[in-house]
Design a protein around this ligand. Structure first.
Ligand code: FMN
Length: 218
């Protein structure tokens, strides 16, 4: 794909088909993503891939917790402040991910997709050491973006979702992640189910007017 097509295709996929993904493909993507820049080349990231039976078991264990209404407790929530300024808070209220579903009376679609982890055949969990400065979280974001663009370039759909790291103790158990690493984010990969209503482009949320985020001084 050319870069323009890859970039313009970067919208999340909330329902994947049942088609399996080869482990070799994932390894190639993650290996290429290692080229990402990081502070002083510290490369604080690690990637843990869950697929097959281990993924199914993880999904079932997570669903139990969701159904039992266990509160989410992401590692990043305990490491970093969850105080939001009014600017992002306002954006979430007016154009947040679930709002385009809510306003069409389709919130259930959104919630069910998150509960079932988007029918993903593969989930990549991204970690940084618990002992990390904010720089490492910034670096992890760059690494994540590289993974997603590389995956899209190979014709895959991507789904970054904090809902998949709501219960880090389960991620740690099934993906075999050491205690001293924070389970930062998860990216589901797979083939886009083009017939699924939830993947309809009408649900892609709007962006903030450019003038609100851009300022030039000469
Ligand atoms: C850090 C991060 C966490 C996210 N968590 C979720 C999530 O838990 N559930 C979900 O449905 N979407 C999640 N998303 C996807 C965003 O809602 C989505 O990227 C955004 O609404 C813009 O939509 P688009 O990517 O389709 O353009 C997350 C994205 C990021 C970058």
């Amino acid at each position: 794909m050319n870069f323009k097509d890859v970039y313009e295709n970067e919208h999340v996929t909330r329902k994947f088909t049942n088609r399996k993904l080869q482990e070799k493909t994932i390894a190639e993507i993650i290996k290429k993503a290692q080229q990402s820049p990081s502070l002083l080349n510290s490369q604080p990231w690690r990637a843990y891939v869950l697929m097959g039976d281990a993924l199914n078991e993880f999904k079932a264990a997570s669903l139990d917790k969701v159904n039992n209404k266990e509160a989410a407790h992401e590692d990043f929530a305990s490491m970093l402040s969850l105080d939001w300024d009014t600017f992002p808070s306002r954006n979430m209220v007016t154009m947040g991910a679930s709002q385009s579903f809510f306003f069409r009376n389709k919130l259930q679609l959104f919630n069910d997709a998150n509960k079932t982890m988007f029918n993903a055949p593969v989930i990549v969990f991204l970690t940084v050491p618990k002992k990390s400065p904010a720089w490492s979280v910034f670096d992890l974001g760059i690494f994540a973006q590289s993974i997603m663009l590389l995956a899209i370039n190979r014709g895959l759909g991507v789904m970054p979702a904090h809902s998949m790291v709501s219960y880090p103790e389960l991620v740690r158990k099934y993906a075999r992640i050491p205690e001293d690493e924070a389970v930062g984010m998860a990216i589901a990969l797979g083939y886009v189910d083009k017939n699924a209503e939830i993947n309809d482009p009408k649900y892609i949320p709007k962006r903030v007017p450019f003038a609100e985020i851009y300022k030039v001084t000469e």
